[in-house]
Ligand binder design. Structure first.
Ligand SMILES: CC(C)(COP(=O)(O)OP(=O)(O)OC[C@H]1O[C@@H](n2cnc3c(N)ncnc32)[C@H](O)[C@@H]1OP(=O)(O)O)[C@@H](O)C(=O)NCCC(=O)NCCS
Length: 177
């Protein structure tokens, strides 16, 4: 009987416990370029920011980091840890496209997501780019709220855009000069 239970357990889908979040002590932060030498560090943070199946693979990060049209930045705490990242691609139509952004769970709700977004917006301005776009999961209320607060609007619902069949929202902002 015990053996049968063990076998059954073996085939059950694994449920991973959500990481219990203890807010980090107050600190200061700075933004720096993120390059191929930070690949492992960004991968580790990436899996803490996104659920399995929703995060980028090492291959995708490697590709983005090798693309000349990619802008990528890391957010570093005063203690020297990478606690946030953002990747943006400049599309052939001349618009900036945020491909991914993440902030470590224990550093959230401190305005850091906004800080990263504002940083890339400034970088686009210096290149004369006036449009920024992104896709966000229909269920990702936190990110949608952040983008709205920055002046993004939903312009299209993207049916079954994600691998799990979830809809995406295309959000756009025009950059003021
Ligand atoms: C989305 C994310 C980057 C936001 O980072 P953050 O540093 O916590 O964001 P900020 O502190 O700058 O928040 C700015 C505003 O966004 C909104 N917001 C952020 N998190 C929110 C949440 N959990 N619930 C509701 N609103 C939220 C609020 O309006 C917030 O302003 P407030 O704190 O003054 O109310 C972060 O939650 C994250 O890494 N999530 C997992 C990865 C992800 O979903 N990335 C986006 C993919 S499209």
């Amino acid at each position: 009987m015990a053996v049968l239970q063990k076998i059954r357990k073996f085939f059950e889908p694994q449920i991973f416990e959500e990481e219990a979040v203890v807010p980090a002590p107050p600190t200061t932060y700075s933004i720096h370029p993120l390059t191929a030498k930070h690949l492992n560090e960004v991968m580790l943070l990436n899996v803490r920011c996104f659920k399995a199946g929703e995060n980028y693979t090492k291959y995708t990060f490697s590709y983005l980091l090798s693309e000349p049209n990619t802008l990528s930045y890391r957010l570093i705490s005063a203690e020297g840890n990478m606690v946030g990242f953002i990747f943006l691609m400049i599309n052939s139509n001349g618009a900036g496209h945020v491909t991914t952004i993440g902030v470590a769970p224990e550093h959230r709700r401190r305005g850091l997501g906004i800080k990263l977004m504002e940083h890339v917006e400034k970088a686009l301005k210096t290149r004369g780019i006036s449009m920024i776009t992104l896709e966000v999961r229909n269920t990702n209320a936190a990110a949608q709220e952040m983008y709205r607060s920055l002046g993004f609007s939903v312009v299209q619902r993207l049916r079954e855009y994600y691998n799990n069949g979830e809809d995406g929202l295309l959000m756009v902002k025009s950059i003021d000069y």
